[in-house]
Design a protein around this ligand. Structure first.
Ligand code: FAD
Length: 386
């Protein structure tokens, strides 16, 4: 196994692309009294053999350069509340922006029952908070879990690909900070209660300790400084190894549980694809919250929406692997159904085909980070692509 020093000196193009990439040094914090990295913490090494790949997933993050759209629009006598454009943070932000959308909906005078369009993380959180505040709610969607983009999300709780730098205004920052705080509190309530939400240490590898980025400033109240654990006996071939508390949401479990609860709270789910705003105006509800994610591009002509394609490679689950990991753009998240390896962000790519070269690059990157031999040739059999 190569030493950390050798890794640094032998800094290959791969190493620099893996480690020197932009950091997203943000994660969910624990209350200070909760230990997140026991003194005897050992990081299990995944088996990266490509023959073990179980599944491949592709999803399109609904990125909006100016950030989430939270805005009223009148369509005839219907009041539409737009609530879409969460980029790479739709799970992380979902409860927080849902709260903001619900405030807008409840300020509409003379409303009756409220419709929510979309059953991804954003639509379900919106429906929940509306119901919690005493509203009759119907959820309409073309696809439900497990067929939404939200099911694909690797979903560590942290904000990423929120909006372009030129749109960072003090007002947006305040609104995002509030949304993140609210969302974090909501997810924390679900920990250990069968919703697939759990606390896991997050390990960050780099050439040096990361300097705080913009996203960190949004979460100053939630994130403790990273703990430098480079001198611990951990299996990573990186000069810097940091650890922070983290929260992981197992999306298929989470979405199923939330949908089940909503049903028992009296929320109706209707399968339906909308092709025009006119069809929405014809609904019996006069207030409609639009949580259609990337679907808003065609449904409402939201041409500002940019898909950011991402793909995940799933290896069999390993109960010993109890941490999340990131190194530059690469990340590893253990889910109950398998270990997810990711690290692709293709701006403007709306295709849903799987990129085999990117997968090889990611596997090779992880092999290098763990000091393992490069993975062998790809299997000729093709696991399912979702
Ligand atoms: C590889 C990858 C990794 C990711 N990792 C993370 C992460 O770690 N953390 C994080 O927070 N986020 C992550 N994301 C981003 C996250 O998945 C999205 O931000 C989130 O899923 C957006 O949720 P949504 O509810 O707005 O959209 P969706 O989940 O796409 O839901 C949209 C809903 O609207 C419905 N709909 C759309 N159009 C119509 C129509 N015309 N008529 C009727 N219904 C319609 C759909 O059927 C669906 O029910 C990741 C995404 C990818 C691809």
């Amino acid at each position: 196994m190569a030493s950390r020093r050798q890794f640094l000196l032998g800094s290959t193009a791969l190493a620099s692309s893996v480690l020197a990439g932009a950091w997203r040094p943000v994660t969910a914090a624990l209350a200070p009294e909760e230990p997140f990295l026991p003194a005897d913490f050992t990081a299990a090494v995944p088996d990266l053999d490509p023959e073990r790949i179980m599944r491949r997933l592709v999803g399109l993050r609904p990125f909006r350069p100016m950030g989430v759209r939270l805005e009223l629009e009148a369509i005839g006598r219907t009041t539409l509340i737009h609530h879409y454009g969460h980029g790479g943070s739709g799970v992380t932000l979902s409860w927080g922006t849902a709260q903001q959308a619900v405030d807008l909906a409840l300020a509409v005078p003379g409303r009756g029952a409220i419709a929510v369009l979309g059953a991804g993380a954003v639509g379900l959180a919106t429906a929940w908070l509306l119901r919690e505040r005493g509203q009759q709610v119907r959820v309409y969607a073309e696809n439900f879990s497990p067929a939404t983009t939200s099911d694909v999300a690797a979903a560590r709780w942290f904000p990423s690909q929120l909006l372009d730098a030129e749109f960072r205004t003090p007002e947006r920052e305040t609104s995002l900070r509030e949304a993140l705080l609210f969302s974090h509190q909501r997810f924390r309530r679900l920990i250990g209660k069968g919703y697939g939400v759990g606390l896991l240490p997050h390990i960050r590898l780099g050439l040096q300790p990361p300097s705080p980025g913009w996203a960190d400033t949004l979460l100053t109240d939630l994130i403790p400084p990273p703990e430098d654990v480079s001198d611990r006996n951990l299996p990573f071939q990186a000069p810097y190894v940091g650890a922070v508390p983290g929260m992981l949401i197992d999306m298929p479990l989470y979405l199923r549980a939330i949908q089940r609860d909503l049903r028992s709270m009296g929320v109706a789910f209707l399968q339906r694809r909308f092709r025009s705003p006119g069809e929405i105006a014809a609904l019996p509800e006069s207030v409609v919250v639009n949580c259609t994610g990337l679907g808003s591009a065609t449904l409402f002509g939201a041409s500002e929406l940019v898909p950011i394609k991402g793909q995940l490679t799933m290896l069999p689950p390993d109960p010993r692997l109890r941490y999340t990991l990131s190194a530059g753009s690469l990340y590893l998240h253990p889910r109950s159904e398998g270990i997810l390896l990711g690290g692709t962000y293709a701006h403007g790519d709306a295709t849903t085909s799987f990129n085999a070269e990117a997968e090889q690059r990611i596997l090779a990157g992880f092999a290098e980070l763990y000091g393992l031999p490069p993975p062998g040739p790809r299997s000729t059999t093709s696991p399912s692509i979702t």
